[in-house]
Write a protein that binds this ligand. Structure first.
Ligand SMILES: Cc1cc2nc3c(=O)[nH]c(=O)nc-3n(C[C@H](O)[C@H](O)[C@H](O)COP(=O)(O)O)c2cc1C
Length: 325
């Protein structure tokens, strides 16, 4: 399949693995890139720019295909060393950066000068247009279904993607709720040039997370995610568990008086305990509604090959077969 996204990134299939905190290590990124998609290492999971440089080196040892790095701009009292991370990306010869969380304008000149392609992930058409205006090469349009931060507009992909297609001239991929060949064909029909997946890639053999995390995704239905931190306007879609119940109770009890400190126990620094130790009630962790479509833990290559075969059959047989001859 050839789309503006496969051409832009020099990849075989229009499938991207979105940055994921404590999941997007070199093993997963390399597996996705080796399967013909675009794997992405998550910069901020690496504690320092030097650790990111080492992770990039490790990834290059495992694949000779293009891969990217995710840079997430978070509201933080003491911001991470972004200039250091960007230097590690450029010095490491990485050709693609996925930005997310905030406007990446400040960092674009140095990335562009080094020939790095930038795909900005955003949840609103107005943010996608802004990304286009400041010179991003592509956008990842993240619908309300998505795992992680869906923003505050709550527009699902059946509306958001065609709206993006109406407005944008740069290529975009559909993100949020994508799982299989049906997702890919639907995304293409709605105007996207490919798809970005998060949750689906966690339930793969190569994802370097505890088996309990993969099984929790397989066991979950589309009804099992919750939205947390809405009162703080930092909404996150997470998998329901005991910690999330506790958190939501505090949100209800405290109402408008809620502060981040009130829920820090359920959200701050919990990822290693969940992703590495498999302590599934340790806190809130991002998971998409798409969990309801995930029923197995294949290798990344099996998953990607299956998606492309399904998409091919859908287009050539099911859809073409519906046209009057
Ligand atoms: C466990 C987890 C961690 C994530 N961490 C990040 C992150 O650090 N930065 C980021 O930009 N997106 C992050 N995301 C969002 C994904 O990159 C992707 O946009 C999202 O998962 C797409 O929705 P889906 O899960 O329905 O496929 C995360 C998602 C999950 C499930």
């Amino acid at each position: 399949m050839k789309t503006r996204i496969t051409e832009l990134f020099g990849i075989q299939h229009p499938i991207i693995q979105g940055g994921m905190h404590h999941v997007g290590y070199a093993q997963l990124a390399a597996a996705v890139s080796n399967a013909g998609g675009l794997g992405i290492i998550t910069a901020l999971t690496q504690r320092t720019p030097a650790a990111l440089a080492e992770e990039i080196r490790r990834c290059r040892e495992m694949t000779d295909k293009p891969f990217g790095v995710n840079l997430t701009f978070l509201p933080a009292v003491t911001p991470p060393d972004y200039p250091g991370y960007i230097k590690a990306i450029i010095d490491g010869g990485v050709r693609v950066v996925e930005t997310a969380g905030n406007n990446p304008q400040k960092w674009l000149p140095s990335l562009k000068e080094a020939g790095v392609k930038v795909i900005h992930k955003c949840t609103a058409v107005r943010h996608a247009l802004k990304a286009q205006a400041i010179g991003c090469d592509a956008v990842s349009v993240d619908g309300f279904e998505c795992g992680g931060h869906p923003g505050e507009d709550d527009v699902p992909n059946f509306i958001l993607l065609p709206r993006a297609a109406e407005e944008l001239s740069i290529p975009f991929v559909a993100s949020g709720g994508m799982a299989d060949g049906r997702s890919l064909v639907a995304a293409l029909a709605l105007g996207a040039e490919g798809m970005n997946m998060g949750t689906r890639f966690i339930a793969t053999k190569e994802a370097p997370v505890h088996e309990n995390v993969k099984q929790a995704i397989v066991a979950a239905s589309e009804l099992d995610t919750r939205l947390v931190m809405r009162p703080l306007r930092n909404t996150e879609r997470v998998l329901a568990n005991a910690a999330v119940d506790r958190l939501l109770e505090k949100e209800r009890d405290l109402g408008a008086a809620l502060k981040f400190e009130d829920i820090a126990g359920e959200v701050a620094g919990v990822y290693p305990r969940i992703m590495q130790d498999g302590d599934m009630d340790a806190g809130a962790w991002s998971c998409g509604m798409v969990a309801g479509l995930i029923r197995d833990v294949p290798t990344v290559r099996e998953l990607v090959d299956r998606i492309m075969a399904e998409a091919d059959a859908l287009i050539r047989q099911r859809l073409a077969g519906m046209l009057a001859h």
